[in-house]
Design a protein around this ligand. Structure first.
Ligand SMILES: [Zn+2]
Length: 283
């Protein structure tokens, strides 16, 4: 808004004086609470529709407005994160896989934080990761933390797996290209539990199709897998070889060595129940 529009806006939104407001020595209305003027003279003694002054925000009015604006921004932000959650997670449980909920047992977690913190460079350099390691070490959790933290930055992420993708592709064979194009449109794609989908020729073809499309989209991909690095580097046949070759070209292997996450969770649950039962006894 130019000054002129601004002045009109202020005239149109002139507020009534509060009871504790007072007129200062300069003849302007002052706020009784913050003692800042609620009016200002037009510059160079100009008048506008017979008025020599226009309303002006005092500190309390500004603070009130800023609080409202911040609340509105926060509301809009939460709405956007919620939309990205619904769009990007194929399982509602993934929403809970956050840095805040982390049990601190995975020594590589700092890498997940660094990935998020340096997202702009990661994205520009198209840096993917293969998260590999033993079953239950928290690879999916690690990837989920990245997904949640990026969504919190309003970055669109899709976290899914090939079992779901192959189901979807089988169900929608007409729009296969559209479906794959959608997967490739996300700035970050996470494929969880890669290698679990024991390959029929058709399945492997589709897996290659998705990985290769993602490769050509030049956007980063994160894969979690129970396959060992050795298995990835020594594929059993050419159908697997071309998939793994693409993956290794796009993704840097990161070994996840967290203590068995599922066992620890089961243990924690047992402890919790024990405590509840004991409490019941002592009542
Ligand atoms: Zn005030």
């Amino acid at each position: 808004m130019c000054d002129y529009d601004n002045a009109i806006f202020r005239l149109a939104t002139a507020q009534e004086a509060e009871p504790e407001d007072y007129t200062g020595e300069d003849g302007l209305l002052y706020c009784g609470s913050c003692r800042q003027p609620k009016e200002a003279y037009f510059p160079e003694g100009k008048t506008f529709f017979g008025r020599d002054r226009h309303p002006k925000e005092c500190d309390c009015q500004r603070k009130r407005r800023e609080t409202l604006e911040a609340r509105h921004r926060e509301y809009k932000h939460r709405e956007e994160v919620e939309r990205l959650n619904r769009k990007g997670f194929t399982d509602p449980a993934m929403r809970e896989w956050t840095f805040e909920n982390d049990n601190g047992k995975c020594p590589q977690m700092a890498k997940a934080r660094a990935y998020v913190e340096q997202w702009e460079q990661i994205k520009d350099g198209n840096h993917g990761m293969i998260l590999w390691g033993e079953v239950g070490t928290g690879k999916s959790y690690f990837a989920g933390c990245i997904a949640n933290a990026l969504m919190e930055k309003e970055v669109s992420v899709c976290m899914t797996n090939f079992a779901l993708i192959l189901n979807d592709l089988a169900a929608s064979y007409k729009d296969r290209n559209e479906y794959i194009a959608r997967l490739c449109s996300f700035p970050l794609l996470i494929l969880d539990d890669f290698g679990m989908e024991r390959g029929t020729e058709y399945g492997l073809e589709q897996v290659y199709n998705v990985i290769d499309s993602r490769y050509r989209s030049q956007k980063p991909l994160i894969v979690t897998t129970n396959l060992t690095l050795e298995e990835l580097q020594n594929p059993e046949d050419t159908a697997h070889a071309r998939i793994y070759d693409r993956l290794i070209e796009m993704c840097t292997p990161v070994c996840i060595t967290g203590e068995n996450f599922r066992k620890a969770k089961a243990q924690a649950k047992m402890e919790c129940l024990k405590m509840l039962l004991n409490r019941k006894e002592s009542l």
